[in-house]
Ligand binder design. Structure first.
Ligand SMILES: *Cc1c(COP(=O)(O)O)cnc(C)c1O
Length: 399
């Protein structure tokens, strides 16, 4: 493994994909073999001893196409290494299962991807892990929650679905001062916007399902960090829980990544145009997009993000009912879950439902959440369509 040789947009095309020494092929192939003849002298008895430098032996330990993707993600995050997983959830939970054990204490951001929130609320306590939830945009809350002996601080920025940010450099400083490690789910940011490892974060987590693959046809995840921090994540947690990515998914993601920088530029351009348009629209109550001057943390966004991303959230003056009426009229923009693909997706996320199912905020935090989101937000993953067609569609559905 190596650190990045070229600028990130170049690495997005090349890292992990060298000319095949046997066939001369200039594009990555898909290797699906389960077994590999070990390199001479390679110790292949226990997964605990495994490192990618030993070559390949059994597909669950590692395989060539997946390894190529890991090298590319590490290059994009400018970290020593990366480990690929079968999904973004697998990547997130692997970090928790790898770093936490019974009796440990962890601090989680209280607004994030619902699957992660539910795992932290429901599953970690089953393993005897004590979890506290904070608003990570408030550094004094983080400072108060991280105690001596806290093992992990886990945040997401921008956080789903309200695009609240947190200051990764400041949080890393607070956590490290008390001996805790920091993990960030950087799915919404992508490596185009932010390289969290450079800000001190120990585990940089991505759902490849979103912008990194970018075409809405792959489920995958990855964690980037130092070789040492990823050693047990690869050699024990992933191999023994069996959360591996498939070769075909790795290959599609390698292809998707080739256009990551171009796509993010276009996602941002369209999102900024439509965020400004929605902000002026008489039926719209509020727009949340890190690239808007009206975002409460726009200064932090400018400092921490080189690209403001492709997701915006907004709410209508008529509340939930108006949102449902508008979304029922969509034709071009698909009214469905997920985000970060080439084509636009839009979805209503009710505050009441999300609180009940996933976030379970206390009264004070719920009041803060409602200040941002009201009864709910329309999450809009802005695609690469001609922005005028998207604007026409918004005009029509808001009618
Ligand atoms: C989608 C998503 C996940 C989960 O990823 P999957 O690939 O669906 O398992 C985790 N975090 C964030 C921020 C996401 O958007």
């Amino acid at each position: 493994m190596r650190n990045a040789r070229y600028r990130p947009a170049t690495e997005a095309l090349h890292a992990g994909e060298d000319i095949d020494p046997v066939t001369g092929a200039a594009s990555a192939g898909i290797v699906t073999s389960v077994s590999y003849k070990p390199k001479e002298g390679a110790k292949v008895f226990s997964a605990h001893d495994y490192s990618p430098e030993m070559g390949f032996n059994y597909i669950r330990w590692g395989s060539p196409t997946v390894r190529a993707l890991e090298e590319r993600i590490a290059a994009l995050e400018n970290t020593e290494d990366a480990v690929a997983f079968a999904s973004g959830m697998a990547a997130n939970t692997a970090v928790m299962l790898d770093r936490l054990k019974a009796g440990d204490h962890a601090v989680f951001g209280n607004v994030c991807y619902p699957g992660v929130a539910e795992f932290a609320h429901d599953t970690l306590p089953k393993f005897g892990v004590k979890v506290d939830f904070v608003d990570p945009s408030n550094l004094s809350e983080v400072e108060a929650a991280v105690k001596k002996g806290t093992k992990l601080v886990f945040v997401e920025t921008p956080a789903n679905p309200i695009l609240r940010l947190c200051d990764l450099a400041a949080i890393s400083k607070i956590a490290h001062a008390k001996g805790a490690e920091v993990a960030v789910d950087s799915t919404f940011a992508t490596p185009v916007a932010t390289n969290p490892a450079a800000l001190g974060v120990d585990f940089v987590i991505h759902s490849l399902t979103k912008f990194l693959n970018g075409h809405g046809d792959v489920l995958g995840g990855a964690v980037a960090g130092t070789k040492e921090k990823l050693r047990t994540l690869r050699g024990e947690t992933r191999i023994h829980y069996g959360q591996n990515l498939g070769a075909f998914e790795a290959w599609l993601t390698l292809r998707g990544l080739q256009t990551l920088f171009l796509r993010m530029e276009a996602h941002q351009r369209n999102a900024l145009t439509l965020a400004s348009f929605l902000e002026q629209h008489p039926k719209v109550e509020r727009v949340l997009y890190p690239g808007l001057a009206s975002h409460p943390q726009h200064d932090l966004a400018k400092r921490q993000m080189k690209n403001f991303g492709g997701v915006l959230s907004f709410r209508l003056k008529g509340g939930e009912r108006a949102a449902q009426t508008a979304l029922a009229k969509t034709r071009l923009i698909v009214n469905a879950v997920s985000l970060g693909k080439s084509k636009s997706l839009i979805y209503f996320i009710s505050t009441t439902e999300l609180q009940k199912a996933s976030f379970r905020l206390g009264p004070q935090d719920l009041a803060k959440y409602r200040e941002w989101a009201g009864d709910g937000v329309i999450r809009f993953s802005v695609g690469l369509e001609d922005v005028e067609d998207l604007q026409d569609e918004l005009n029509r559905i808001l009618g």
